[in-house]
Design a protein around this ligand. Structure first.
Ligand SMILES: Cc1cc2nc3c(=O)[nH]c(=O)nc-3n(C[C@H](O)[C@H](O)[C@H](O)COP(=O)(O)OP(=O)(O)OC[C@H]3O[C@@H](n4cnc5c(N)ncnc54)[C@H](O)[C@@H]3O)c2cc1C
Length: 411
């Protein structure tokens, strides 16, 4: 019998397995799909590396620092700051504390006042105070209310904070918890924004490679959780003293009716191959106009050249929420909206693929960091929906469940 059976080889399940094995406890990870990673997957299409939705690793995530070896991932970093499209022009807004050379451009950009830039420093200082546990216990309001309470001007919020943080939280309303706002500010302040050289899936693959051989079973969809065992769709019964369901919330609820599925946040990412980069900078580009559907653009190959074949560029274009209309209509919309940003070159871009992710992130409110507890005797849940909606939240949730199990079982 296995000591622990883990359902799901996303970041939560894999980190749980790593922590258990580091503690000397044997486990098996059953993954329903054909690869590890869950929501962190990368597809190879025509020589390009397409992450399933635009996403990044914040290198300051404590769980990532504990469980990942950054050097072999060959992390490629975004510059600190963004380009903002507004008033018919592209403006540079950099983090003046990390890129002092760009200060002058930043101050001239019609995106916020000098006072707004000073407020970024005060918000950052507040976010870095105290322990992470204290941060997640602070009074909670929406990110939007918190930004207003910090005194940011409406112009700064509309032109920069809404598209930037909206893209991070996948939430254009900025209704996300202010605790998440502070957490994200802390992470941005303390590390880099990066992607592995050949795609985000390298992250779960590295976690899996650190497990003992044979730990992960792919194409092993669990159909039921029973007392002391799980049953696969094939009927096979796999016994375990402890069961950890590390599926996404909807998947966990199919196995455990006691799980309540939180609302989800959606995003659509459209990828294009281009004969040349329209930007030539490892920078996020934000729509600061408050109009149109495109929220953010990144030329992934400017950040990590390995995302595109030699002599080509990979452009990622994201819309927040669910998009209507077919792929062709969406591509036409992108070309229409981005032609003023990048010129007629957008007409030469060739569409590669569109990812419509309806449940990309779970809504967490209140956003608490509670100690994991068993939902039934010997049955635990892990995943971003039990912690914070992020790579950190997923990894930490798996780590903490493993520690509870290790505490209960010995070494
Ligand atoms: C488009 C997008 C952008 C994002 N951007 C960022 C970002 O920039 N930064 C950041 O920190 N986070 C980001 N995130 C969030 C982050 O990717 C997730 O929070 C995290 O990957 C969730 O990991 P998880 O292990 O909790 O769940 P999942 O990744 O959903 O893993 C669950 C796994 O369980 C498996 N499973 C489900 N049911 C069963 C079953 N019955 N039997 C067997 N296996 C099963 C699934 O196949 C899946 O592999 C983004 C997410 C998306 C989708």
């Amino acid at each position: 019998m296995n000591d622990v059976v883990i359902v799901g080889a996303g970041l939560a399940g894999l980190t749980c397995a790593r922590r258990l094995q580091a503690g000397g406890v044997d486990c098996v990870v059953l993954e329903g799909s054909d690869a590890v990673g869950g929501r962190v997957r990368t597809d190879g299409v025509a020589g390009y590396r397409l992450d399933r939705g635009f996403q990044v690793l914040l290198t300051a995530y404590p769980a990532a620092q504990t469980w990942l070896d950054y050097a072999p991932l060959e992390l490629k970093t975004f510059s600190a700051g963004a380009r903002v499209w507004c008033d018919g022009r592209m403006h540079r807004v950099s983090d003046p504390w990390r890129e002092p050379r760009a200060l002058w451009d930043t101050l001239r950009a019609p995106v916020g006042s000098l006072a707004d830039k000073v407020r970024i420093a005060t918000l950052r200082a507040a976010a870095r105070r105290g322990t992470m546990a204290e941060l997640f216990a602070r009074p909670e309001t929406s990110a939007l209310s918190a930004l207003r309470a910090h005194g940011f001007s409406e112009r700064m919020i509309e032109r920069f904070m809404r598209p930037w943080l909206g893209g991070v939280f996948l939430d254009a309303d900025l209704a996300t918890s202010s605790r998440m706002l502070e957490f994200v500010f802390r992470m941005f302040a303390e590390g880099d924004t990066a992607v592995p050289a050949h795609g985000m899936q390298a992250i779960p693959e590295q976690l899996a490679a650190g497990l003992s051989a044979g730990t992960v079973r792919l194409n092993a969809r669990v159909a039921a959780v029973e007392a002391g065992a799980v049953r696969l769709g094939s009927g096979e019964r796999i016994a375990g003293r402890q069961i950890v369901v590390a599926a996404e919330a909807a998947g966990a609820a199919e196995l455990l009716p006691e799980v309540e599925v939180p609302a989800g946040r959606a995003v659509t990412t459209v990828y294009f191959g281009a004969p040349a980069s329209p930007l030539g900078e490892a920078t996020l580009v934000l729509n600061g106009t408050g109009r149109g559907g495109v929220n953010n653009v990144a030329v992934m190959s400017d950040v990590a050249p390995g995302y595109a074949p030699a002599g080509a560029a990979l452009v990622s274009v994201s819309f927040l929420g669910e998009t209507t209309g077919d792929d062709r209509a969406l591509v036409e919309q992108v070309r229409r909206e981005l032609e003023p940003w990048f010129g007629a070159a957008v007409l030469e871009w060739s569409w590669l693929r569109t990812y419509r992710l309806r449940r990309a992130l779970p809504v967490r409110w209140p956003l608490e960091r509670r100690a994991p507890r068993a939902v039934r005797p010997g049955v635990w849940v892990a995943g971003d929906w039990t912690n914070s909606a992020s790579i950190q939240g997923a990894m930490e949730s798996g780590e903490r469940v493993a520690e509870m199990i290790l505490g209960a079982t010995g070494p």
